[in-house]
Design a protein around this ligand. Structure first.
Ligand SMILES: [Zn+2]
Length: 463
């Protein structure tokens, strides 16, 4: 053992006297008791499953253990991983077969750095997109169920896919690069440079507290072998007061499809727009200034990478012309919400919207106070949340499908007809709440496994 290194052997960490008191080295080697020893990488290709977690644990310990560091020092540590990972432009964290068969190539080339630093950032990005609850519980399960066994990148991915109820293979393809089934590397080299457009419209009674986000351009660092990096994007939003401070995480699937992320990952929302209801008026938006992802914004650090676009609005129904959903002039910017888009029915709407025949799919749906969405005997599929206190007017021939979590449905209580549905269907894993007032169902209620329907004060009537 030379004077500066340390080495993990199964159940025994070897450290010279010069590093035994070096906390980052100590934590790195101790982490290998789990990542490397308890669950071993099945092939050298996935050495990052040991080293990426061990390296990330240094920043994690600084964040979590006051005697070791602070959240600020943890961010500094992540920044050093991030800068190092971004600077490595010719290797992936996943070691291709032709390099993994020669041990010298692993340790005496840049693979050493990509396996450690890029590996650490992949771990950081997983935590960022999942949120702490899913991230830590999934890793606990991975360590418990695979104790004494081995894993590959695909194994880890499958654990997160199951926990999220979402397939994040594209993230593993773009940032890790290799998998059990790939004969050649799928990606994993380079990183994205993004711009994020934002606006806080002062219309529709929102007082500028509604943040609208869209992804702008993506360029890539030299050597990138990925067409479009799909993964987490984090922004830091500030207002006029010090307390006006929040971080927002989205998952960028490419092609204008975005998910709310950071506490699970929502069904992708079409149309390249997401809205966030804040408690303050945003004045500054910074791009990942605490280095939680491997993507960065444009410009110099701290990366702004964001542009305020005063023309950026959500898909907002104004009903200026008539009640027809598909009439462009009823929407801000003459843009009809695309299928799965993030829809707002404005307080200032002059006509209430009426759904067209067939099925209409929305992402998050905001029906502002006093406004009514008429189903008119058709089907509404809701992929995300329903926000605000406006109502839905149904009928005994209208249907609602809830595809994801946390939809709260308030029905128009004008008459028995307006508070009725033919069918209410929750997809597997979906959840919904019947808000105030009664709901009457004439056809059927479908609640498959793992779906949850919350009904307050017995306000549902099944005919
Ligand atoms: Zn190590």
């Amino acid at each position: 053992m030379d004077g500066t290194s340390a080495m993990e052997h199964q159940t025994m960490s070897s450290m010279p006297t010069s590093t035994i008191a070096n906390v980052p080295v100590l934590i790195h080697e101790m982490t290998h008791q789990w990542f490397g020893d308890n669950v071993t990488f099945a092939h050298w290709n996935d050495l990052w499953l040991a080293e990426g977690f061990a390296e990330y644990s240094d920043a994690l310990s600084q964040e979590m253990v006051p005697a070791v560091g602070t959240p600020a020092s943890a961010a500094t540590r992540r920044t050093s991983y991030k800068n190092s990972a971004i600077s490595l432009s010719s290797q992936s964290a996943w070691i291709p077969n032709n390099s993994s068969t020669t041990s010298d190539l692993i340790w005496n080339s840049n693979y050493g750095s990509t396996v450690y630093k890029r590996g650490a950032m992949i771990v950081s990005m997983l935590r960022t997109m999942c949120g702490d609850s899913i991230f830590f519980s999934t890793l606990t399960k991975y360590q418990t169920e695979l104790a004494g066994k081995s894993a590959t990148a695909d194994t880890l991915r499958n654990y997160f896919n199951r926990a999220l109820g979402r397939d994040i293979s594209v993230f593993f393809d773009d940032y890790v690069g290799g998998s059990d089934t790939a004969s050649t590397i799928k990606g994993g080299i380079g990183s994205p440079v993004n711009t994020v457009n934002w606006n806080a419209p002062t219309t529709f009674g929102q007082s500028g507290k509604r943040l609208v986000i869209s992804m702008g351009t993506q360029t890539k660092t030299a050597g990138s072998n990925v067409a479009y990096f799909r993964g987490p994007v984090q922004i830091h939003v500030k207002g006029a007061l010090p307390a006006n401070d929040t971080t927002i995480t989205i998952f960028d699937w490419g092609g204008g499809n975005l998910s709310y992320a950071g506490n699970g990952i929502s069904i992708p929302v079409a149309g390249n727009k997401l809205t966030f209801d804040l408690s303050f008026v945003p004045t500054t938006v910074l791009y990942d200034d605490s280095s939680r992802t491997m993507s960065r914004g444009t410009g110099a650090s701290p990366f702004t990478g964001t542009t305020k676009l005063t023309t950026l609005e959500g898909y907002v129904w104004l009903g200026t012309t008539n009640t027809v959903w598909g009439t462009a002039s009823n929407w801000t910017g003459n843009l009809v919400a695309p299928s799965g888009g993030d829809v707002t029915i404005a307080t200032t709407a002059t006509n209430h919207p009426v759904l067209p025949s067939g099925n209409t799919t929305v992402g998050p749906l905001s029906i502002l106070a006093g406004k009514i969405l008429y189903l008119n005997g058709n089907t509404l599929t809701i992929n995300n949340s329903v926000r605000y206190t406006g109502t839905i007017s149904g009928s005994s021939t209208s249907n609602i499908v809830i595809a994801d979590k946390a939809a709260t449905l308030n029905f128009d209580q004008t008459s028995s007809a307006t508070r009725s549905l033919n069918t209410l269907t929750l997809n597997t894993g979906a959840s919904a709440t019947i808000g105030t007032g009664l709901l009457e169902i004439y056809g059927g209620l479908s609640l498959p496994v793992k779906s949850t329907l919350t009904v307050k004060s017995a306000n549902m009537l099944l005919h």
